[in-house]
Design a binder for this molecule. Structure first.
Ligand SMILES: NC(=O)c1ccc[n+]([C@@H]2O[C@H](COP(=O)([O-])OP(=O)(O)OC[C@H]3O[C@@H](n4cnc5c(N)ncnc54)[C@H](OP(=O)(O)O)[C@@H]3O)[C@@H](O)[C@H]2O)c1
Length: 291
């Protein structure tokens, strides 16, 4: 990894060997975590519908199999699987609950009494986006179904104690196999909102951040350094990668994507000083083919 885009203040991560279960390794964020963790640790990763060589198949709804896998002597279970597109969650709240909440209950039951720690990837969508920024201590008030499932999953984990909720903002970058982010820039035109503000994190930085943060319990935020509108972010990425799409500024919800979105989401931490790399460094790495 190119150290030039590592945020300042990052020493080499304490890469002690650990046996890790990575649920959702076939996904966008899970793939980024896999790229960082698999060369350094013993990692078992899972997929559901997108087979990837080396990963094992698991449907979160197969509770017996999920419980048996989780109880198989891991030090760390990183949960990066579930229903993520906000519109899909909004359209089917029962499925969103089934995939985003119930598996956490099953995992906690399976891990109870063991030394394994569960790390749940959560989201800035637990907040309503009305404050200039959010720290771990701020009250949650989600405005969409996805955010509500994340709050419910967080509550299960926090009630148990000893585990970690890692809240992430919008993640951008190129995944090793799933490219749900760059797919947004695949059409000839890319509508992007000027009234949604975010502090996105660059995908390859999340694995190193996790290894710096996994000793925490409770809630930890990992935010991006730069605060931008969605339109600025998409335009910068389009330019950096010279993508054949025209990024169009829009305001308000898109006609077909009628999902409430928090307008201003900036994650900050009072528990540590890590921030993701700035956009300039991240985009230079991305344009150089960085994974
Ligand atoms: N992307 C972001 O900007 C962002 C921001 C904040 C937090 N997060 C969190 O990061 C995590 C991963 O998000 P992502 O963007 O990587 O989503 P993604 O690309 O859609 O990946 C979702 C993962 O979940 C798996 N999955 C879906 N349904 C499943 C099922 N029924 N059984 C087992 N596995 C299932 C998928 O497997 P297959 O692909 O093989 O079906 C995939 O590995 C989520 O917890 C999300 O809330 C993401």
């Amino acid at each position: 990894m190119n150290p030039s885009w590592r945020p300042s203040g990052w020493e080499a991560p304490p890469d002690s060997p650990r046996r890790i279960l990575l649920l959702g390794a076939s996904g966008f964020v899970g793939g980024g975590l896999w790229s960082h963790l698999a060369p350094r640790h013993t990692v078992v990763g899972t997929y559901a519908t997108r087979p990837v060589p080396g990963l094992v198949r698991l449907d979160l709804r197969d509770e017996r199999r999920l419980a048996a896998l989780a109880a198989d002597g891991f030090d760390l279970v990183v949960h990066a699987a579930g229903l993520v597109p906000l519109e899909a969650a909004e359209a089917d709240p029962a499925l969103a609950h089934r995939l985003n909440v119930r598996p956490v209950e099953v995992l906690l039951d399976a891990l109870r009494g063991s030394a394994a720690k569960l790390v749940l990837l959560s989201s800035d969508n637990v907040f309503d986006g009305t404050r200039p920024h959010y720290t771990e201590a701020d009250p949650r008030s989600p405005v969409n179904v996805y955010g509500r499932t994340k709050v419910a999953a967080e509550d299960l984990l926090l009630a148990e104690g000893g585990h970690l909720v890692l809240r992430l903002p919008l993640v951008f970058g190129r995944g090793p196999w799933a490219n749900t982010f760059l797919a947004r820039l695949a059409a000839p035109t890319t509508p992007a909102r000027t009234d949604l503000v975010c502090a996105p994190v660059y995908l390859p930085s999340i694995g190193p951040a996790l290894t710096r943060l996994w000793h925490h319990t409770g809630v930890v935020h990992y935010g991006g350094a730069d605060v931008v509108t969605r339109f600025e972010l998409m335009s910068r990425i389009q330019q950096a990668l010279r993508l054949p799409t025209r990024v169009l500024p829009t305001r308000g919800p898109q006609p077909r994507a009628d999902c409430p979105r928090p307008p201003h989401l900036v994650l900050r931490s009072t528990r540590h000083r890590l921030l993701g790399p700035g956009l300039d460094a991240a985009l230079a790495h991305l344009a150089g083919g960085g994974l």
